[in-house]
Ligand binder design. Structure first.
Ligand code: TNX
Length: 540
C-alpha cells in the first residue's frame, strides 16, 4: 500500500472514530436527561427487557446517575444539621432511624453527629439551605464518590429522601442479619424529588378481624418505605369495636370480643392507640382513625341496649353482610354517645381529620342520614377536627368544602359542587382486598380481580377533576384477613404501585418499565420477609 493511501485510510478511521464518539456523547445526553432510569436501562443493553441496576419506587421526579460510586465503610457517620436547635434535634432522630436501618446488615456503628461540616466518606442530612420550592416532602439527594448529601426544606423531606437512599444500596441492606460479603456501595447520583399528591395512604380494616399492635407497626414500616404519609385505621364495624372509649367501656369488653368467623377479636387500649400514633408520627405518617357511622354499627349496638329502639342489646355479628345496622338518628342518646367517642378519640389523635364512615347505610333513610351526618360534623368540628367520609357523605347538606370525600363510588357531583377535595379509592383499581385472579386464596372479588398491572395502570385524574384531588388511598378490608402474612400477601406487590401513583407524575409512569423496577424489589421484599404474591406478569 502506498504511503498516501495509508494516510487516507488512517484519516478515515480517525474521522469515523471521532464521529462515533461524538454521536455517542450526543445520544448519551438524551439518555441521561429524562432521569437516569432509562439511561441505566439502555446502557446495560439495547433491550428494554433488562433489569435496571437501580430501581427506586416510587420513581423520582428527576434523577440522574453517573458511573462513580460512594462506598459506605465501618468508619462512616451520619452528620446532621438543622436551621435551629429544635429542627436539629428532630433531624437527629431521623439520623438515628437511618442508622438503625443500616446497622443490622452492615454491622457498622454509624454514629449520628450534630455538625454542618461532614468530612469525606460520610452521610449528611440537612435542612440548611433546603429549597422551599421542593415543598413539605421534597428532597435533593446528591451522591458523589466522597459524600452523600441529603437536603430538604423540612425534616419530613429528609425522611422521604432516606427511603430513596435505602433503595439505592444493594438489596442485602434490607436483611435482618449481619451481611459480610457485600460492598455497601451507592451510585453517584443527583436526585430532585417531590410528590405529585399530598395524600398517599393505606387503609387497614382492624374491625372485621382484629390486627395486633405489632402487625400494625410492621404495616406502618412497610408503607413508610414507599413514601406513603397517611395510615387510615378502620376502627369499628358491625363485627367489632377496636378502640377503648373510657366513658363507654362495654364498646370494647363486649363489642371488641368478636370478629368475622367468630374469633376472639380484640381492641387497642388508648395507650396502645397512642403508641401506634407515635410510631407512625416518627415515620412522618398521620393516623386517620375511622368510626364508621351510622351504618356498620352492630358492634356498638350489641354493647349498649340504650343505643337501640327497643332498649335491648343486639347479638354480636360475625358474618360479612353489610347494610343491616343503624344508629338511631333522631335520638339524643346517640349524639351523647357520638360526642363522647369523638371527644376521646380527638384527644388522642394529633392529625386534623376524623373519618366518620358514612358508607352503606342502607338501613337509614336518606333524611335521617343527612341529619346524622350534619350533627356528627358539628361534633367533630367542636373538637377542632375535620371530617372525612365515604360516599354518599358528600351529598349531605351538613358537609362543606372543609370535609374530605373518600371517593369509592363513581358519583362525586355533590363534592364537586361544594368544592370538596377527595381521596380516591376506586374499588376496581385500589381495593387491595380484591383477589389477584380466580386462584387467589384470600380476598373478595365484588370489584373484580385486580392483578398488579391493573392496580398500577390508573391515574387519579381518571376518577375526579384534578382540582378536587387530595390524593389516593388503597383500602385493605379484612373480611378474609387473619394475620400479617395475609396482609402482606394482598398488599404486596400492589401497594408499591399505589404509592407510585400518588407520588410520581403520570408522564413518568409506564407499566413495562415499572415492572422491571418491581422485579428488582422482589429481592428487597424477600430480605424483609414480606410474603408477597409472585404475580406471573413480573419475571421475578
Ligand atoms: C365495601 S368500600 C365496604 C366495606 C367492605 C368492602 C369489601 C366501603 C366504603 N364499604 O364495608 O368491607 O366493600 O371489599
Amino acid at each position: 500500500m502506498k504511503g498516501s493511501k495509508k494516510a487516507k485510510l488512517l484519516r478515515i478511521t480517525l474521522v469515523s472514530l471521532i464521529s462515533a464518539g461524538l454521536i455517542g456523547l450526543f445520544l448519551a445526553q438524551f439518555l441521561f436527561r429524562d432521569g437516569g432510569f432509562t439511561a441505566v436501562l439502555n446502557s446495560l443493553s439495547a433491550s428494554s427487557k433488562q433489569t435496571p441496576k437501580y430501581a427506586v419506587i416510587p420513581k423520582p421526579a428527576n434523577c440522574s446517575f453517573t458511573e462513580e460510586t460512594f462506598i459506605l465503610t465501618d468508619t462512616a457517620s451520619i452528620y446532621i444539621n438543622g436551621n435551629n436547635t429544635e429542627e436539629t434535634d428532630e433531624i437527629y432522630n431521623i439520623g438515628e432511624y437511618l442508622s438503625e436501618k443500616l446497622k443490622t446488615s452492615t454491622g457498622y456503628p454509624l454514629s449520628v453527629i450534630k455538625s454542618d461540616a461532614p468530612s469525606k466518606g460520610n452521610i449528611y442530612l440537612t435542612t440548611a439551605g433546603g429549597d422551599s420550592s421542593l415543598g413539605q416532602e421534597g428532597y435533593q439527594l446528591d451522591i458523589t464518590n466522597s459524600l452523600v448529601t441529603l437536603k430538604a426544606f423540612t425534616p419530613e423531606g429528609l425522611f422521604r429522601g432516606i427511603q430513596t437512599l435505602r433503595q439505592l444500596f444493594p438489596a442485602a441492606i434490607e436483611k435482618n442479619s449481619l451481611v459480610t460479603d457485600t460492598a455497601w456501595t451507592l451510585p453517584a447520583a443527583s436526585i430532585t424529588d417531590y410528590p405529585a399528591y399530598p395524600w398517599r395512604g393505606m387503609m387497614l380494616d382492624t374491625a372485621r378481624h382484629f390486627i395486633e399492635v405489632e402487625d400494625v407497626k410492621r404495616t406502618i414500616d412497610l408503607i413508610a418505605q414507599y413514601k406513603m404519609n397517611k395510615f387510615h385505621m378502620h376502627l369499628s364495624d358491625d363485627q367489632g369495636w377496636r378502640i377503648e372509649i373510657k366513658s363507654w367501656p362495654e364498646l370494647t369488653t363486649i363489642g371488641g370480643s368478636s370478629e368475622v368467623g367468630g374469633g376472639r377479636g380484640g381492641f387497642y387500649t388508648q395507650e396502645e392507640y397512642s403508641d401506634i400514633v407515635n410510631y407512625a408520627k416518627e415515620r412522618y405518617i398521620t393516623v386517620i382513625p375511622e368510626i364508621d357511622m351510622p351504618g356498620h354499627t352492630n358492634a356498638a349496638l350489641a354493647s349498649y341496649g340504650e343505643l337501640n329502639p327497643d332498649g335491648k342489646k343486639k347479638e354480636l355479628y360475625t358474618g360479612i353482610d353489610v347494610g343491616f345496622s343503624s344508629l338511631m338518628c333522631r335520638s339524643e342518646v346517640t349524639y351523647a354517645f357520638v360526642n363522647d367517642v369523638i371527644r376521646e378519640l380527638a384527644a388522642l389523635t394529633p392529625g386534623d381529620y376524623i373519618h366518620i364512615g358514612g358508607d352503606e347505610a342502607s338501613s337509614t333513610s336518606k333524611e335521617d342520614y343527612d341529619y346524622f351526618i350534619g350533627r356528627v360534623n358539628e361534633i367533630v368540628s367542636s373538637y377542632g377536627k375535620k371530617t372525612i367520609g365515604w360516599n354518599p357523605f358528600d351529598t349531605s347538606p351538613g358537609t362543606t368544602s372543609e370535609s374530605l370525600l373518600q371517593k369509592w363510588n363513581p358519583d362525586s357531583s355533590a363534592a364537586e359542587a361544594k368544592g370538596m377535595k377527595m381521596i380516591l379509592s376506586p374499588p376496581p383499581k385500589a381495593y387491595i382486598d380484591m383477589k389477584y385472579d380466580e386462584n387467589t386464596p384470600l380476598g373478595l372479588q365484588w370489584a373484580g380481580f385486580i392483578p398488579t398491572k391493573t392496580a398500577y395502570e390508573w391515574d387519579p385524574s381518571d376518577f375526579a377533576p384534578s382540582v378536587h384531588i387530595a390524593g389516593i388511598e388503597c383500602p385493605l378490608w379484612s373480611e378474609t384477613i387473619k394475620s400479617m402474612n395475609d396482609i402482606e400477601f394482598l398488599a404486596f406487590p400492589r401497594l408499591p404501585g399505589h404509592a407510585e401513583i400518588g407520588w410520581t407524575p403520570k408522564n413518568l409512569r409506564n407499566w413495562k418499565e415499572y415492572k422491571l423496577r418491581l422485579k428488582v424489589h422482589g429481592e428487597r421484599m424477600e430480605n424483609q420477609e414480606i410474603n408477597y404474591y409472585k404475580d406471573p406478569d413480573v419475571s421475578w
